[in-house]
Design a protein around this ligand. Sequence first.
Ligand SMILES: CC(=O)[C@@H](O)[C@H](O)COP(=O)(O)O
Length: 252
Amino acid sequence: MSEEPLVIGSCKLSSRLIIGTGGAANLAVLERALVASGTELTTVAMRRADAEGGSGVLELLRRLGIELLPNTAGCRTAAEAVLTAQLAREALETDLIKLEVHADDRTLLPDPIETLDAAERLAADGFTVFAYTNDDPVLALRLEEAGCAAVMPLGAPIGTGLGIRNPHNIELIVARAGVPVILDAGIGTASDATLAMELGCDAVLLSTAVTRAADPERMAAAMRAAVVAGHLARGAGRVPQRFWAQASSPPR
Ligand SMILES: CC(=O)[C@@H](O)[C@H](O)COP(=O)(O)O
């Protein structure tokens, strides 16, 4: 069944699953997981590149023909994020940037004030900004108005695997968004990824659920199928939920 590709800036994606590289045991495990996931876009933390395999990861992505989405994880202020994005653009020759400004190390929640400030500056500087944000429908709109190419509300804090804690907020974001909505962070298992797509998200970004699974390759394959299933179900239109039973075959 052929599906419309997802277009964000210069990216044209057939796969709606974006993978983060953080947490993989080694490059061989990461390679098998990336291949099984079918991903066409993968994010790497610029400030943690050494911890995440450094140039080995970049070389792996090049070899697999997977587009790189550098991210600013580890930045605490708009100024740090802007500088990190500029260095990434120079070093990697890409205008794509996943903007992450974390408020603190314990929650890794996005700092809304610094994120919005950085988004405005990066969009004005010609970046294609994918903005990691809280599941706040008002902030998502403000980021879009600032010029972000995609908004990325969290399902739950990074690395928690808690799934989508506030599905209604995700629906509110989707209902008013004029740019793609990518569910980012907190996915724990395949059903969480399916739910994100059923809620109307355009794509899912996840890392921990795959890289720290007991069998990353198998979980990557599960996530691939889950995203496709959720997207198909959303497009198919679910039956309305009913209070009382209704016979599936009408009585004769
Ligand atoms: C990889 C990345 O850029 C982060 O946004 C994050 O790691 C994703 O969250 P999970 O690890 O919870 O999937």
